[in-house]
Design a protein around this ligand. Sequence first.
Ligand SMILES: *[C@@H]1O[C@H](CO)[C@@H](O)[C@H](O)[C@H]1NC(C)=O
Ligand SMILES: *[C@@H]1O[C@H](CO)[C@@H](O)[C@H](O)[C@H]1NC(C)=O
Length: 243
Amino acid sequence: MNLEMDSAPMVSEQDEEQKPAPWSRSKKCGIFSLLLFVTLTLVLLIGSEVEKANVRAASSTLYFYETPAVCGVDSTNKAVVTHVNASEASKMGNLVAHCGDCGFCSNYNDINIYNETKETLTKTSTNCATKAFLGGSDAVFDCFKEDVGFTDGCNDCWTENVMCDMKKCVFTCLKMILTGQRNNGGDGELNDCLLCDEKLCGPAFIECAGANRRRSGIVSDIGRDDLNEICTSVDDGWRWDLE
Ligand SMILES: *[C@@H]1O[C@H](CO)[C@@H](O)[C@H](O)[C@H]1NC(C)=O
Ligand SMILES: *[C@@H]1O[C@H](CO)[C@@H](O)[C@H](O)[C@H]1NC(C)=O
């Protein structure tokens, strides 16, 4: 054993100054960027796998589309009322605005927006969702208000939905945005982000909103293989009752 080797400096200070630095600044920067990229990619992959497992474990949301309840329009009082089923609504003389219980989006303004923006609303809301990263829920609310025009109550439901996605589906949805996945493949399967949203955040959203596109009988830009999921009890002409 030679302990002296450890303590004796191998090179003098002068020698060191003359040697070029082992890593130039730009090389260090490149390596740092690469490590950052690899780390972020790993976080994204692991995070989205964890979220995927939560989605698999979540129960079906089909209940919200199979309930016989409907949201009817009481034209005398210009209000919406939940009925246990469509025949009860017609017995009361009320037209059906959408399937399921009434909520904050159960009104002419919001359902009309669903109808008029059916090709673009998913894209617009994905864009508004990205505002949450820097501006939080206030920025999301303002984005929906400006770009979509929901009533404030309905706007709150959409904003809360985005904040839920941020908590439960953020890695899955970031992955979708970064890889440019479409809403679904031709087979009607939802992409992972929309499936995560539907399974983990959909129930709270539907309870808040009452009306979404499927429940309003509107075929949206999110293709569905199962047309049974689209409400068929909507009465033509209910809209004029609320104006
Ligand atoms: C609708 O609900 C009423 C009251 O619960 C019930 O008596 C009736 O059988 C239901 N109708 C249908 C078609 O399910
Ligand atoms: C959507 O718009 C079309 C055409 O403008 C109309 O025929 C249809 O009844 C509307 N549907 C709803 C649910 O508002």
